[in-house]
Ligand binder design. Sequence first.
Ligand code: FE2
Ligand code: FE2
Length: 143
Amino acid sequence: MSQIPDLLQEARRRELGQAAFYRLLSGDAAHGGDTEVAERLNELLADEQHHVARVTARILELGGTPEGGEAVPRVAPSLEAWEAEARRREEDEVAWYEDVLDAVEDPGTRSILSEILESERHHREGLAGKWMPAEPTTAKEGM
Ligand SMILES: [Fe+2]
Ligand SMILES: [Fe+2]
């Protein structure tokens, strides 16, 4: 049980990172006048902010103090490539929540993490759309 506070802090850092990622991109899309993409990104951003809020609330309920600032990604992908990168990140989120849920027995924490996992799966599915390239774009990874 003692791992739950650490795990919630890690979840919160991840969710802050995801929110920052979508916030950067939605700013780019809005600047570029691409309202349709900006709208999709804003929906993803709102979901990630909701995840941050759920995890933060659980940390406080358990008597903890939310740690750490916002993990701002150094480089956001170009708007042409955003969806493939976002899908890769959401796949990571799904894998992380599936992994930690194996170790969490506390029902209150489990229910929150399970709910977030469902939302991340939904993000992943929504990003596997028609703009998906045939191959993962690995060229950007090394930058
Ligand atoms: Fe999330
Ligand atoms: Fe997500």
